[in-house]
Design a protein around this ligand. Structure first.
Ligand code: SF4
Length: 685
């Protein structure tokens, strides 16, 4: 920004998967206003975070110099010294222990270009597939469910399709707080009489209150009711017969797998009546255009992948793919969590979901990067921590992720950090995670860098640099490039993020037609993008993403929860987002207006439980699990019922973090922590 001038720059909101675009007016580093134009996802709307949540960029807490650990303290270092130090230590560890002793984690705070470089660094410079990103904590199970059944792991259509649906079902998603502009668009469609909304959730959040039908199942029973509804539809001839015959394989085997899932069994499991389940099945079958959206209430369970598969199976049985107003919507929590996986920050795939075992992919990357890809699967985030504790992993470079507040079982995580020989953290602030680092690089937020983000709609959008990096800070892509150059790597001479996107397009058929010139201003592209620039807002109109073009009904299996309430830990703990905060809250707690409105974490307790235990709103309580304890103030509310309690995931300090309570149970396929699989007890202080 030119000093003294008022400037207006187009950017993209980083805060949730809706991916609102807007202009930001600035004078120097002062943000004057946020002005939505005609963003592809948001039109002229934003929510409170997008409109007012930016002052964190000028927080006095910003790191402005690299820091190197010396014993119990950190000292400031020049960029040259810190970059040399990391390059030297990484080389030493690689030489001594081999490339698989090192690991790399990208986050949704990275642009697409930065996430691409994180995995390029791991694979080309180091020679390991130990690379992952923050979707491991949220929507990886949804990706499994979709890849099994329809081929691509992303949302099958756009927000416009959700708006056009006759029936939208939200399962385990607090959409009004986690994807506010999307919820507003749905509520408008409902008010205009075009749409019915069904919400299935443990907690009565705002969208649940406004739904045409709100159902509260017992915890971890979504798989059972979804399977029972599918079975009822098939048994009563309510399925989309022509669609199934023409476009779907595997019906007989799938039908056989549904045998145990009678309405009576589902009624017993969920606590609903048989009549309710029958009505729900008939409602789904009788609507022409049905969308199902889901989020962490489904995926952060031991059976998250299996339940996501059951959702996609139900959509196939009812023919709800490939037409406007239909499809599967695993809502991505952040804007750019979709892009971070798209760019190959995953242990088994390079950019564009290309498997490291595919000979064509190996040849392509060899031509571009001059190395042979390793054919083995690397460690994912949760395995990295286990491997560090076991002494197999010696180094981790963590980019923009506050794992100490967001990963489950924080005490286990900290043991992992403390076991590392080299822990590099790249962030805006001295975070809870940075306390355990050996080197901390001061990074830049989205307003201080160029690049692209990809929203939950698979929509790629440009963000332009709104202001210069705070003196002393660098964008993630420049930091990775500087270390790669010091380690003698070839092909690390990018002058602008657009150069990186050109490389992405060269090596990834899914992004063949993506270029900065096609993404100027408010122009967007939904992947896959053909070489001529044709994009794909709605998937599966002609064929599914499998050889032969047919979808596959997948006989999934119920996975029971492990950590269920018992005599000692008698309550069920649930957790999730708050409207005002982004993720763990490191950025939004540094926005004075938001911090004043939501100063502390709290625990929601039902009126019945509060009466039984003598708790009032404002009482101090201790919540205790097998893994740890937190002290919080109580909020008595009808949003939660019976013996379920709820703690927001954001916290200013580690001491108030819900993840001191969560444990080691994980989704059986993806290892996503089963945050919702936590039993606790309440102690009144
Ligand atoms: Fe839009 Fe989500 Fe940002 Fe709100 S948080 S402005 S809904 S992208």
């Amino acid at each position: 920004a030119r000093e003294g001038y008022i400037e207006r720059t187009k950017t993209v909101c980083t805060y949730c998967g809706v991916g609102c675009s807007f202009d930001i007016w600035t004078k120097g580093r002062h943000i004057l206003k946020v002005e939505p134009q005609q963003g592809a996802a948001n039109g002229i709307s934003t929510c409170v975070k997008g409109k007012f949540g930016w002052d964190y960029v000028n927080s006095e807490d910003r790191l402005t110099s690299p820091l190197i650990r010396e014993g119990d303290h950190f000292r400031e270092a020049s960029w040259d010294e810190a970059l040399d130090y990391v390059a030297r230590r990484m080389t030493e560890i690689k030489d001594r222990h081999g490339p698989d002793a090192l690991s790399f984690v990208a986050s949704s705070k990275c642009t697409n270009e930065e996430a691409f470089l994180v995995q390029k660094f791991a694979r080309q410079v180091i020679g390991t597939n130990n690379v992952d990103n923050c979707s491991r904590y949220c929507q990886s199970p949804a990706t499994v469910g979709l890849v099994r059944t329809v081929g691509y792991g992303g949302d099958s259509g756009t927000i416009k399709d959700l708006e056009q649906a006759d029936l939208v079902i939200g399962i385990g998603t607090n959409t009004a707080e986690s994807h506010p502009v999307l919820a507003t668009r749905l509520k408008r469609a409902q008010k205009l009489g075009r749409q019915k909304i069904v919400v299935v959730d443990l907690r009565e959040h705002e969208l649940a209150r406004r739904a045409d039908l709100f159902l509260q199942p017992r915890p971890a029973t979504d798989f059972i009711w979804l399977s029972a509804v599918s079975r009822y539809i098939l048994d009563h001839g309510l399925e989309a017969g022509e669609f199934l015959a023409a476009r779907v394989d595997g019906l007989a085997e799938y039908r056989a797998s549904l045998e145990p899932y009678t309405l009576e069994y589902a009624a017993q499991a969920t606590g609903w009546s048989v009549e309710t389940l029958k009505n729900l099945a008939e409602m789904i079958a009788s609507h022409q255009r049905v969308c199902i959206m889901w989020a962490m209430g489904v995926t952060q369970q031991c059976g998250g992948s299996e339940t996501s598969t059951a959702i996609s199976n139900l959509l196939l049985v009812t023919g709800n793919y490939g037409r406007p107003g239909t499809g599967a919507y695993p809502l991505r929590g952040h804007n750019n969590v979709q892009g971070t996986s798209d760019m190959g920050a995953m242990p088994d795939q390079v950019s564009g979901y290309q498997r490291v075992t595919d000979p064509e992919v190996v040849a392509r990357m060899q031509a571009e990067w001059g190395i042979t890809l390793r054919p083995d699967r690397g460690l994912d985030n949760t395995q990295m921590i286990d491997a560090a504790i076991e002494g197999r992993l010696k180094a981790m470079w963590l980019t923009g992720e506050e794992m100490s507040l967001t990963d489950a079982d924080v005490n286990h995580l900290i043991r992992g950090y403390e076991s590392l020989e080299l822990f590099v953290v790249q962030d805006l602030y001295f975070t809870n995670t940075a306390r355990y680092a050996d080197v901390i690089f001061p990074a830049t937020p989205s307003l201080e860098k160029e690049g692209t983000f990809t929203s939950t709609e698979r929509r790629i959008q440009r963000l332009y640099q709104v202001m210069e990096p705070l003196p002393g800070c660098k964008p993630d892509w420049q930091i990775y490039q500087a270390v790669a150059q010091r380690m003698g790597a070839q092909g690390w001479d990018y002058t602008h993020p657009g150069d990186i996107m050109d490389e992405v397009a060269r090596v990834s058929p899914m992004f063949a037609g993506v270029s900065y010139s096609r993404l100027e201003g408010y122009d967007t592209l939904c992947w896959p993008v053909a070489e001529d620039g044709t994009d794909t807002p709605l998937l599966y109109t002609e064929e599914f993403h499998f050889q032969g073009g047919k979808a596959r009904l997948w006989p999934a299996e119920y996975v029971a929860p492990v950590n269920v309430p018992d005599a000692e830990y008698d309550l069920q703990l649930n957790s999730g987002r708050m409207l005002e905060h982004f993720h763990e809250g490191n950025m939004t707690f540094r926005v004075p207006g938001i911090a004043a409105k939501t100063p502390d974490a709290f625990v929601e307790i039902s009126p019945e439980l509060a009466a039984e235990r003598g708790v009032e709103t404002g009482s101090w309580v201790r919540v205790v699990s097998k893994n740890g304890a937190v002290r919080l103030r109580a909020l008595v509310t009808e949003r939660v019922s019976g013996k379920q309690i709820y703690i927001p995931m954001n916290s200013r300090e580690l001491e108030g973090s819900v993840n001191l309570l969560t444990g080691q149970n994980r989704d059986t396929i993806t290892h996503t922590p089963a945050y919702k699989d936590t039993a606790v007890r309440l102690e009144v202080l």
